[in-house]
Design a protein around this ligand. Structure first.
Ligand SMILES: Cc1ncc(COP(=O)(O)O)c(C=O)c1O
Length: 380
């Protein structure tokens, strides 16, 4: 998308606006599939649950990782009209409920669909046994998240030393452990995390096999980094490492799945906002825009992500601050942005803002999340 196209869309639809380019979305999905030919890609809906995004990926043949009953229903809305057997096959083959902690009510609702669900502790196992005995299980391991932008290992994953006991406990109560999973942390640029995780998973699988339990699925999670900066190594470097380790460590008939979120959606979305205020404070120009960290820029808070602000206007750039539209001091988008001299009414934009942005937008201060405009949306 060129800045000219983006500006034209914003002038037509108004601001704040998020522009989703479905051609980029499909291309990112295809890129992932090309680099990981043996891996079934389950799009992590949590990264951006816009129904049109889910629809495009569904039509492209994606599978889905859901984290809640509403996300399950969102994916389900795409298969509702399939014949019952096909619909059930889709759920078995193409949906994983990958939130290791689930309320009992959700388990009860999931049970008739017999989906794959993750767990990482005994209490969860007991709950699944009681409320979703027909689910297939995937045990989540705790693996190193060193250097990842979002760290998940302090919240989820069993100690690898406890893994085989947890597998055994599941089988003993009549449940079936179909797979092992891990997550190396989101925006993982330290590729050694993947290498270590794969080695840990292989050791657990081998020990489980020696005790008579064969695990048929390996779920390598998310974490595939979006190219936010030029120092993020490209996906083919990571793919070579992961594919080589998979070939070296696992039997050829193992099913490999992954749960990419950010990699699929980050670069497919742009945000455009309007300057609504301008002040000079402590010798620095401060701009106020009609979006905020409580709306499209929520990733600054929840995702530990920074988003550069760019101007459509040319001009000599100087350091300035950019704040959001709410009354909260936390609503600071950047204290050191480089922008040309801008006026109230001028438009600014951010690239690569598709992941964990509108997904965590709120109505704080009464401001609605930005409207979403879709481009290159082709439907069969
Ligand atoms: C279980 C699980 N799978 C997949 C993802 C998606 O990760 P990413 O967006 O880094 O690919 C997340 C993100 O938090 C997650 O918790």
């Amino acid at each position: 998308m060129t800045p000219q196209q983006l500006e034209r869309i914003a002038r037509k639809h108004g601001t704040p606006v998020l522009v989703v380019d479905h051609a980029v979305l499909s291309e990112n999905y295809a890129t992932f599939r090309r680099h990981f030919p043996k891996v079934q890609a389950y799009y992590a809906v949590k990264a951006n649950s816009n129904p049109e995004i889910v629809r495009t990926l569904y039509l492209a043949g994606a599978s889905f990782d859901v984290a809640s009953w509403p996300e399950f229903q969102l994916v389900y809305s795409n298969i509702r009209r399939l014949p019952a057997r096909e619909r059930q096959k889709f759920i078995w083959d193409k949906i994983i409920y990958a939130n290791p902690i689930k309320p009992r009510e959700t388990l009860e609702k999931l049970d008739p669909y017999k989906p794959l669900v993750t767990y990482d502790n005994l209490e969860e196992l007991k709950k699944i046994r009681r409320f979703a005995p027909h689910a297939g299980l995937v045990l989540r391991l705790r693996v190193p998240n060193t250097g990842s932008m979002v760290e998940l290992s302090s919240k989820f994953g069993c100690d690898p030393g406890d893994a085989v006991d947890l597998i055994e406990s599941a089988f003993e109560t009549g449940l079936v452990v179909e797979g092992l999973s891990f997550h190396v942390g989101s925006q993982c640029t330290n590729f050694l995390n993947f290498v270590q995780a794969l080695n840990m998973a292989s050791a657990v699988m081998n020990e489980a096999r020696s005790r008579g339990y064969t695990i048929r699925i390996l779920d390598i999670g998310g974490g595939f980094p979006a190219p936010y900066h030029s120092d993020v190594k490209p996906i083919d470097v990571l793919a070579k490492k992961i594919n080589a380790e998979i070939d070296r460590l696992f039997p050829s008939d193992i099913e490999i799945i992954a749960e990419p979120g950010r990699f699929i959606v980050a670069t497919a979305v742009w945000a455009v906002a309007r300057i609504i205020g301008k002040a000079r404070r402590d010798g620095k120009t401060c701009y106020y825009i009609d979006d905020s960290v409580y709306q499209s820029y929520s990733g600054i808070i929840f995702d530990h992500c920074s988003h550069r602000i760019k101007a459509f206007k040319p001009g000599r750039r100087s350091i300035c601050a950019v704040f959001g539209q709410t009354c909260d001091g936390l609503d600071t988008i950047s204290l050191a942005e480089e922008l040309p001299e801008l006026d109230i009414g001028d438009l600014v934009y951010s690239e690569n803002i598709g992941a964990y942005s509108s997904a965590s937008a709120t109505h704080f201060n009464g401001f609605a999340p930005a409207q979403v405009v879709h481009v290159n949306l082709t439907r069969r």
